[in-house]
Design a protein around this ligand. Structure first.
Ligand SMILES: Nc1ncnc2c1ncn2[C@@H]1O[C@H](COP(=O)(O)OP(=O)(O)OP(=O)(O)O)[C@@H](O)[C@H]1O
Ligand SMILES: [Mg+2]
Length: 366
């Protein structure tokens, strides 16, 4: 039987769900292991801290949780371990680059630039490691622009800048890293040392991109295996931001063709090649825009509170009414992914890591 490793954090949690169990927001691991066993797999739940990196895990599928802890300290440890596993040939799902892009808009934009170059050029996203780098840059394109800190969810640290002056003012605040001691030491050096090259006190990475005009909201589309769930989020009142507004609608399509939205979501998620994808998609009246994507540990309200899911059927789209059992849907997506990439799961483990679905750029229209 094929082993599958499930790595959990220090609280024993794995991913998140819309419900809480014993005060923890986690998927139910008992149900996950039952589903995997029924599918003929041999699940093993292991905490990151108990992971044995000397073990040969070549070709072994590994699912792992991520973290959104303040400062991303714990997440950086998870990144070390997952990268080590992937380097050694374990089949980490999703690949390390998507973990790196979780809760990290700068990395997400870097992946977008490679996977969807045309869309990336349209937004003209520039990323910065320090405020000073922005201050020394002449930005192309029209105003207003959108400024985003690498971390932050629910539109926290996402701001509009009407002109260059406003952009610098907001970016300065957003990128601030120093405490009083660091600032005092650095200002002292700047005063006393003639040959001192100033060190930045603003090193929280961030990005600047074009503002897509005229959006009244965006769509959250979750693709879990073959199931697609959609939700429309209206902007907050008098604001350009939809995420975090809490104003959801499972049926309103805001005049957008649902099949076209699903076609677009399919193309984006196919290109990402992961079994689980969360996408924020906007439509400007003419074209779709990918605002954001995540491939693990994302919010599941769109699926869990839905009345059913969309599925590709005879070249079009069908709708199946169903109360979402999130653990069952999660496991089905993973099992489908394993089957697709390794059709004989009981055969010997391949010597080399099995790549996730090929990450190919979208057709040139995107
Ligand atoms: N380039 C853009 N042009 C216009 N509106 C944008 C743009 N980028 C983001 N928005 C709006 O701002 C909202 C928040 O942006 P984004 O999704 O990137 O960050 P977030 O909500 O903080 O992240 P998360 O979805 O992880 O909570 C989006 O829902 C969208 O309404
Ligand atoms: Mg978002």
């Amino acid at each position: 039987m094929t082993r599958i490793l499930i790595l959990t954090d220090y609280r024993g949690t794995f991913y998140s769900t819309a419900r809480t169990r014993h005060g923890l927001c986690t998927m139910d691991l008992d149900r996950i292991t039952t589903h995997f066993s029924e599918a003929g797999l041999r699940p093993e739940v292991v905490r990151f801290v108990d992971l044995d990196l000397t073990e040969d895990l070549s070709g072994v599928p590994v699912l792992y949780t991520s973290s959104e802890d303040e400062g991303l300290h714990y997440k950086s440890w998870i990144e070390d371990l997952v990268l080590a596993l992937e380097t050694r040939g374990a089949w980490v799902i999703p690949g390390y680059r998507y973990l790196r892009a979780h809760h990290n808009k700068v990395m997400m934009e870097a992946l977008r630039a490679q996977l969807f170059p045309r869309a990336a050029r349209r937004l003209g996203t520039r990323t910065f490691g320090t405020f000073e780098e922005l201050a020394a840059t002449v930005l192309d394109g029209s105003w207003p622009k959108v400024l985003k800190s690498a971390h932050g969810a629910g539109s926290q640290f996402v701001a509009r800048a009407g002109d260059h002056h406003e952009l610098l003012r907001t970016a300065r605040t957003l990128s601030r890293t120093h405490d009083r001691r660091e600032a005092a030491r650095e200002h002292g050096r700047r005063l006393l040392r003639r040959d001192h090259h100033a060190r930045s006190l603003h090193r929280q990475k961030f990005l600047v991109q074009a503002m897509i005009p005229g959006l009244a909201g965006d769509f959250k589309v979750l693709r879990l295996g073959e199931r697609y769930y959609t939700l429309y989020r209206r902007n907050r009142a008098g604001d350009f931001r939809a995420s975090g507004s809490g104003d959801f609608d499972f049926h309103d399509m805001a005049g957008v063709d649902r099949d076209a939205l699903l076609d677009y979501a399919e193309q984006v998620s196919d290109a990402l090649g992961t079994p689980l994808t969360s996408m924020d998609i906007a439509h400007d009246g003419t074209a779709f825009h990918l605002i954001e994507f995540q491939c693990l540990h994302f919010g599941t309200v769109t699926a869990e509170n839905s009345t059913g899911y969309h599925v590709r059927r005879d070249g079009g789209w069908g709708y199946v009414e169903e109360t979402c059992d999130i653990e069952a849907v999660f496991c089905e997506a993973i099992v489908g992914h394993l089957r697709q990439h390794r059709p004989t799961p009981l055969g010997p483990s391949p010597a080399a890591p099995v790549p996730t679905r090929s990450a190919t750029p979208l057709p040139s229209t995107y």
